[in-house]
Design a protein around this ligand. Structure first.
Ligand SMILES: C[S@@+](CC[C@H](N)C(=O)[O-])C[C@H]1O[C@@H](n2cnc3c(N)ncnc32)[C@H](O)[C@@H]1O
Length: 267
């Protein structure tokens, strides 16, 4: 049986609903100021950056920005036309659910799906947010979520950041993207590193350093080689150049790749 660690104990002591109350009370006190540069509008016109900040996502922070442009700035450009549509969005990698709650607020008519290997994430489900537990390499699980959703308008891979996992998820899920749909692969800097060699001063590797990575098969090599993704990108770009396949566009930003499926966006 798995030993209960300190984080598990904390999670059990403070269920997500309590953590959310504490956060909302904290925000209501005004102690946590919206940074300058983020619009202070609210409701349906609140910017993705503001909603993301309030939900505590890291997708808008310095680590996810390059020269003042964050992942959220990039996503806002792509996602704004879909904002008020009845879309379905899947994010691989749930962690504390910050980004799922951000998507739920940003897309008021969307169904949000999360998938994570860590079973603790299941308790983060709420109205319009469904969470599946399992690996992003599990073909039958991915097929099952796609069937449940009836296909996706947006898929965001923010899971293990292990290249073979990224490629497997893409192989299964891209065909379930609706026409005009958007497939995002996040944190590409990780894809170019030998992940097992990232170690802390206590000699711990990525399985211990990154949340949830411990649930991956202990025998599996989690190292990445830049070549794996470069081969995939080259093939995808070549398919586009030769008008093969179903790709409409591929856009690279620092650390993020946004692949759009051909076809019209939902009306
Ligand atoms: C970067 S965190 C996700 C953060 C979240 N998307 C957000 O922005 O708030 C990565 C998550 O991937 C999960 N993960 C690790 N390996 C996985 C795998 N093989 N399949 C699915 N999820 C995995 C971890 O449990 C962790 O919760």
């Amino acid at each position: 049986m798995k030993k209960t660690n300190f984080t598990d104990t904390l999670r059990a002591m403070f269920p997500p609903v309590v953590k959310r109350w504490v956060r909302n009370i904290y925000l209501a006190t005004g102690l946590r100021k919206i940074p300058s540069g983020i619009s202070s509008s609210s409701g349906d016109t609140a910017s993705l950056q503001k909603i993301g900040f309030l939900h505590g996502t890291d997708k808008g922070n310095e680590d996810h920005s390059f020269r003042g442009v964050s992942n959220l700035d990039v996503y806002a450009r792509h996602f704004e036309p879909l904002r008020n549509k009845e879309i379905s969005l899947l994010e691989i990698g749930v962690l504390s659910g910050a980004s799922l709650r951000m998507w739920k607020e940003y897309f008021p008519h969307a169904r949000i799906f999360g998938l994570d290997i860590d079973q603790h994430c299941k308790r983060l489900e709420e109205d319009r947010i469904s969470i599946e537990i399992g690996s992003q390499t599990d073909t039958s699980l991915l097929e099952c979520v796609a069937q449940k959703a009836g296909g996706f308008d947006i898929v965001i891979d923010d899971g293990s950041h292990v290249n073979k996992h990224i490629l497997k998820s893409y192989e299964v899920l891209f065909k379930h993207l609706k026409p005009g749909g958007i497939y995002v692969i996040e944190d590409l800097a990780c894809s170019y590193r030998e992940l097992e060699k990232i170690v802390s001063d206590k000699g711990r590797g990525v399985r211990e350093l990154w949340p949830g990575m411990e649930y991956n098969d202990p025998k599996e090599d989690l190292n990445n080689s830049r070549k794996d993704l470069d081969v995939f990108f080259e093939r995808t770009i070549s398919d586009l150049d030769h008008k093969r396949g179903e790709i409409a566009s591929i856009e690279f930003w620092s650390g993020v790749c946004i692949i759009r499926k051909s076809g019209k966006l939902p009306a």
